[in-house]
Design a protein around this ligand. Structure first.
Ligand code: NOJ
Length: 725
């Protein structure tokens, strides 16, 4: 049997230039098979299509490519399968709060099986743009603010989609997107320009992409962004120097939707032809949606403006992925060989993911878990308590709203007839300013001892192009909460949202607060299990929650500055004496009105028991520059119920040839403990884990002194030091 390279080279040798350019062109589905599309496929002008669904339709489209085009090259069929297909999992940022690679792997596996059964063989996920801006709607799709966490979870997602062998049934190609820096869109406004240093790119934005490339992700997508003046889609530094030359990446790069012709709008190309030239020369192998390659590449090659060798490489990259997918041997999908979509196993996986993504932010007087036997009258209030569509979140093209189980349904099922449950929506939507529903909500709240509120953001308030400059609870939700809080009842707030919200004001109105993100199909039962203590929450924040929007960007792994803030030097605006004199000594870096810390730090999350970290020790306090150490700590569950803790390891490189972050996550693990139980947790820390890109962009481990923390959040619990020699 011939191997992949021989196969691909042989096929390439038979292709005309026009057919090669056809492979580099991805067409947007328009519903059905219009004549012109069928003709284009027959004539070898189409390498891929996206956003077309239905197994019969896709098999027919594939049949035209395989049986009616000259060389019979199958299509690669793309779809945004971002957090589930018909069974919807929590939004990626929610899944990231599980800090659990297996949960993410399983979610992607289920999504892949369901999508593949419909004829899809390529998804545009994972989105691994590191972002520190909660205003940005696409934070919902991301895996948070930390390059280490996003790397581990991004790789798990790739593994879930692609499995161990792409050609096996139910495995689909993944796409690491958006390369690169998209998460730094200025002011958190989607599609805005990005100004980012090479150091920040290499040390923060690139690591998840590098990790996914190393894990064999089949494709990359270039970003929409103008990055330092050169749009990603025309950025040969990103797409050639880094991705191909340094990382030796072998998969293919697709542009984002129309991002090739947007080079004109950016002011980087004068017309379509120049846009095609820039994108092809930069290393975009496949053009999504727009058709400048089809229209101009042949001519550009004739004129010597694009090198035919580069076209050959692009086509090889694309054909290789099609080969890996097994499409040449098995282009069609036999839906009947797949498990049913939305089957009980898929729903159970979605429920477990939703449980593990919930973060308990506040729990005064241990109001949670609710004890069923003490409940008589419960009020369930809010626009997100019983709304199947809104709990699915952004980027849901195929999710079945009718399969969703809402919190209200789940609470009713859990409590049965013994408890009197009253429900009021209170507000028609999360953003309405109409207060007509307040009266009913307040009336049922007054008749109940326990009030469970479901508020947050409806799905459409986050995701692509859905950014917010104010990230408080939208509309008049805080007003309703304030009114309810005046009743002095035991009040629990469950927040469903696509981004971190500023909860400074909100937190004071309630006793307990669970952040459930957009939890997907099984959000209701998952939340109910947590409310009633069938399971203890274990989620930890994958992103810092600011007090106020003006603090953004605020993230735990910032650099120190020359005047870092301390509690001693911080002065709150109201405490400054009138006409106080200005001084330029003793000042530090903070906001007068918001301080210098987030409301909830990265890595934070409470549970129903208490965890105690103690006895931190190292196998050695000296680490050779090519060596490693073991980090040990004891973790005791000193509370009265079993729970899972996510133990975290952070370091700080005290002095570097470039200044280093005040903390960096370097390890985490889930530890399950019975009440009273103690376990020794062990982290293996390698010197290479401490490497960073220095001033000359070399990846180095620099000898010197390091801090090390182990604990339950980025605020650390236990601290020690070590030295790299
Ligand atoms: C635009 C988005 O930026 C990208 O993430 C997505 O995969 C494509 N559209 C395809 O829908």
């Amino acid at each position: 049997m011939i191997n992949k390279d021989e196969f691909v080279n042989e096929l390439l040798g038979k292709m005309t230039l026009a057919e090669k350019i056809g492979q580099m062109s991805q067409f947007a589905g328009r519903g059905g098979i219009p004549h012109d599309l069928a003709d284009d496929i027959r004539h070898g002008k189409v390498g891929s299509i996206l956003n077309e669904v239905g197994v019969d339709l896709l098999n027919e489209i594939q049949r035209i490519a395989v049986e009616e085009s000259r060389l019979g090259i199958p299509l690669i069929i793309g779809r945004d399968v971002i957090h589930g297909y018909q069974t919807v999992f929590p939004i990626p940022l929610g899944q990231a709060a599980s800090w659990n690679p297996s949960i993410i792997r399983e979610g992607a596996r289920v999504a892949a099986v369901e999508a593949a059964s419909d004829g899809v063989n390529w998804t545009f996920a994972p989105m691994i743009d590191v972002t520190r801006d909660a205003r940005w709607g696409r934070i919902a799709e991301s895996l948070g603010e930390d390059p280490y966490l996003a790397s581990k979870l991004g790789v798990a997602m790739v593994e879930g989609f692609q499995g161990d062998d792409l050609s096996k049934e139910g495995h689909i190609a993944a796409c690491a997107k958006h390369f690169a820096g998209y998460g730094y869109s200025e002011a958190g406004r989607d599609y805005a320009y990005v100004n980012i240093s090479e150091s920040e790119l290499r040390n923060v934005a690139f690591p998840p992409f590098k990790a996914c490339a190393d894990a064999g992700v089949a494709t990359f997508m270039s970003a929409f962004s103008d990055i330092n003046g050169v749009p990603s889609t025309a950025n040969d530094f990103l797409l050639r120097k880094v991705l191909r030359d340094e990382w030796n990446y072998k998969g293919f790069v697709v542009s984002d939707w129309d991002s090739v012709i947007q080079l004109i709008t950016h002011g980087f190309a004068e017309h379509d032809r120049e846009a095609a030239m820039h994108a092809a020369n930069a290393g975009v192998d496949m053009e999504m949606a727009s058709h400048t390659y089809l229209a101009h590449l042949e001519e550009l090659i004739e004129e010597g403006k694009v090198n035919e060798e580069d076209i050959n490489s692009s086509v090889k990259h694309i054909l290789s992925v099609k080969y890996d997918l097994g499409l040449f041997e098995k282009p069609y999908t036999n839906a009947s060989s797949f498990p049913e979509k939305g089957n009980n196993n898929h729903l159970a996986a979605a429920k477990e993911a939703a449980i593990q993504s919930c973060v308990l932010l506040k729990n005064d007087h241990q109001v949670l878990p609710l004890k069923k036997e003490n409940l008589k009258n419960v009020a369930v209030i809010g626009p997100l308590a019983d709304d199947k569509h809104e709990q699915m979140g952004t980027w849901v093209f195929d999710g079945k709203a009718e399969w969703c189980q809402t919190p209200l349904q789940a609470i009713r099922k859990e409590l049965g007839d013994d408890v009197n449950i009253r429900y009021a929506r209170g507000l028609e939507t999360s953003r309405t300013k109409n207060r007509d529903g307040f009266a009913e909500a307040l009336a049922i709240a007054a008749e109940s001892e326990t009030i469970i509120m479901f508020m947050g953001e409806e799905s459409i308030l986050s995701g692509e192009a859905h950014c917010r400059a104010d990230i408080d609870l939208p509309g008049v939700q805080n007003e309703l909460l304030e009114e309810i809080s005046k009743l002095g009842k035991q009040t629990i707030l469950v927040i469903l949202a696509g981004r971190p919200l500023t909860l400074e004001q909100t937190q004071h109105y309630v006793n307990s607060m669970i952040f459930a993100w957009h939890p997907g199909t099984m959000g209701g039962p998952a939340i109910s299990d947590i409310l009633f203590g069938k399971v203890a929450p274990s989620g930890k924040l994958p992103v810092s929650f600011p007090r106020m929007v003006g603090q953004i960007p605020i993230y735990y792994n910032h650099r120190n500055s020359g005047k870092p803030a301390t509690y001693e030097t911080f002065t709150y605006i109201d405490h400054i004496p009138t006409r106080a004199g200005q001084t330029s000594t003793g000042n530090t870096s903070f906001h007068l009105d918001a301080g210098f810390e987030p409301l909830y730090p990265f890595g934070f999350g409470l549970t129903y028991t208490h965890f105690h970290y103690h006895h931190l020790r190292l196998s050695s306090h000296e680490m050779p520059v090519d060596g490693s150490i073991e980090v040990f700590a004891e973790l005791t569950n000193s509370g009265s119920r079993e729970a899972v803790e996510i133990a975290q390891l952070y370091i700080r490189d005290q002095v570097g040839s470039i200044t280093r972050p005040v903390k960096e996550l370097k390890g985490f693990q889930r530890v399950h403990l019975q009440p009273g139980e103690t376990k020794t947790i062990v982290f293996h820390l390698k010197a290479s884990d401490l490497a960073f890109y220095n001033r000359t962009m070399q990846h180095v481990v620099e000898p010197g002194h390091f801090d090390l923390w182990v604990g339950g959040s980025s605020n650390g619990d236990l601290h020690t030091n070590f030295t790299v020699r």
